[in-house]
Each structure stands twice: as structure tokens, then as C-alpha cells.
Design a protein around this ligand. Sequence first.
Ligand SMILES: [Zn+2]
Length: 196
Amino acid sequence: MRKSAPAALALLLSLVMAACLPPRSAATGEPALVLNAGTGDDASDAYEFVPVPVGAASLLGCNGVEAVSAPPVCQVALPSAEEDSAFRAEGRRLESHGLERCRVLGGAVSRSVPTVRMYSKALIRNVDGRRWYGVGHAYALGDVWLVRVARRLDDLNGRTLDEMKRTLRHEVSHTLGATENARGEWTADDYANGCA
Ligand SMILES: [Zn+2]
């Protein structure tokens, strides 16, 4: 049991991670330049990022990685007061949404908010000449879902609260069983867009 549980978690993690990396730029492999006036100067250094808990570090491959070179998944921070407030408000908004599915999502968002943590920036991967920005992440540790939201796209580009709330809807929908690919049910992106 000791051996099989981490393997199952790792598989789930890779599935979810792979699924949460939306394409930003198809042709050049360069990052899309996203200018968000007012958020680009918001130094993430102002927030305290700390290593993820031991169990998560093992799951995420963070053990033995120097902090300075660790990928964003290895360090998390509490949401700022502004982010926390926006996430809570998003949960309340969704709980009174016109669509039943969005109300269910809203309940899940409200329950998730206390444990949501921030990444300093997106996880960047280059696949087949495309650059993918993983702006959010949801993974299970034991039977607990952990929801993560990237505060910035990269060093140059901040993300707006609306973009972070979209990520929150997408990631929390995974905790309800939503996948990236439609099988007659709403996908995570359907939740992210349909409940906007
Ligand atoms: Zn996803």
C-alpha cells in the first residue's frame, strides 16, 4: 500500500498537470506578451513564498531541489488580502448563479478558498514548439484536493484578479471530477467559461 499510493497520486498529478497548461502561443514558441497595466509592477517578492509541505514536495518532485532553481510548484504563498477577498466573493457569486452546475461549483470554491495557495508564476513548458503556461494546478494529496493559482504569467507579466478567478473556477472544477476533455459532461474549461 505504501508503494502503490504514491504511484497512483503521481499519475493523477501528471494527468491534471498536463491538462492545465493552456496554449498561449502556437506559432513562434515565444511567450505571448500580455500586458496588464497596473499588475505588472506588483512585485511577487512582496509576498512570502515557502516550500510546499513534505508530502506535497515528494509528490511534486521538489525534494532535493535548490530553492533558487525550484519550479513554481515547489513554493507557495498565502493569497494576498485582495486575492483572498476576490476568491471568497467569487465563491459567493457562484453560489447564487443561475445555473445549477455553477452553484455546485460555487460551494466547492467556497470550501476550497481557505486552502488555496499561490504560485509566484506559471509553470512554463515547451512542447512541440509551443510554449505552454500552466496558470493553475489541482492535485490530490491523500483525499484532500489542493488548488493552486499562479499570481503572474512570468517575470514581466502579471495576471489580473479576473484571470486568477477564471483559473480558480477551472481548478476547483477538477475537484468535482471535471476533466479537460468533454465526455458529455462539462469540462474544466466549460466551468471556467460557462460560470463566468
Ligand atoms: Zn485543468
